[in-house]
Ligand binder design. Sequence first.
Ligand code: S3P
Length: 171
Amino acid sequence: MAVERVFLIGFMGSGKSTLGRWLKNALGWSFIDMDEVFEAEYKTTIKQFFADKGEAAFREAERAVLHSLLNEKKAIIATGGGAPCFFDNLEVMNKHGLTIYLKLSVDGIISRISGGKNVRPLVAEKSGDELRQFITEKLIEREPFYTKARVIADAEVLGVEGYVKIIEQAG
Ligand code: S3P
């Protein structure tokens, strides 16, 4: 059966949104950024939502956003970094599309996350050793979920053509 939607999963800063935009152009599919849908739906920033309501409420709301996207067709969906690690979200994604884990090392994440760090509440206040320790620990906690993706991609080396091939072969 042809792939109708692709879920890009992986840690904050792993390049899900950037890759999603490239794939949109390469495949002529639509691109959906779950974080952007969240902010439009709840009319606030994720950072503000965390501050007002806390992480548990964020995870519930994030799950609702995921479920609202399951009928999208020919869509590349960049998911929030924590989304696959809560509830049955990963199983739901595996059932409704092709999941691709953009796997990066801790160093790779650190070098890519710095630009967008301030809008991400889990890391906004962290830098240096504290940031490294947080990413190292969170990655250990999250990898058992991420690695249940259908495809594990080496995001340090794989270019957009590589992802296009993976998606075409899966379909
Ligand atoms: C989060 C990642 C963020 C966003 C929120 C929480 C996480 O998405 O959903 O700040 O728990 O890793 P990105 O991975 O797009 O930064």
